[in-house]
Design a protein around this ligand. Structure first.
Ligand SMILES: [Zn+2]
Length: 155
């Protein structure tokens, strides 16, 4: 069983049914930009022989485009990484679509688009279900994201 706690950052679960391997990663916006996704996909390849084109990914809830306001310095970093399509300018300050950016990084790492599912729930908006660091009021709260090897038997 793998599990990770998160607040507004995305947890991404990876499954390879051929090698029966699983992986999980925590993608804050810095991790998204700095290669956490390709590093994990490569690690699953090196450790288990998992072919990225066979991987199934689930992007778990994170802060949504509706609420992920950033400064121009962060928006520029997304633009420079070729992720400008995931910056919304319909708000007063730039907002980032982390779901879209993480999905794009999974595709760049070799995953097929049809193998990527997104649980498109904003942590900030869904206070009944999820914790949000930005929403607070508890700044060190987290919610649990888990996956179990048993999942492989259900596929
Ligand atoms: Zn929201």
């Amino acid at each position: 069983t793998l599990y990770m706690y998160s607040a507004d950052c995305a947890i991404i679960q990876l499954v390879d049914t051929k090698t029966k391997s699983i992986g999980m990663l925590h993608a804050g916006w810095k991790g998204t930009l700095n290669g956490i996704i390709s590093n994990t996909v490569n690690a699953m390849h090196d450790a288990f022989g998992a072919d990225p084109s066979n991987l199934i990914a689930v992007i778990c809830p994170s802060i949504g485009k509706c609420c992920f306001e950033v400064g121009n310095d962060v928006a520029v970093q997304f633009k420079n990484a070729g992720l400008g399509d995931f910056i919304s300018d319909k708000y007063e300050k730039p907002h980032i679509d982390l779901f879209g950016a993480n999905k794009e990084m999974l595709i760049r790492a070799g995953l097929k688009e049809q193998n990527i599912s997104v649980i498109d729930l904003c942590t900030f908006c869904h206070s009944d279900l999820l914790h949000s660091y930005r929403r607070g009021p508890i700044k060190d709260g987290k919610h649990l994201n888990g996956m179990n090897g048993m999942f492989l038997r259900l596929i």
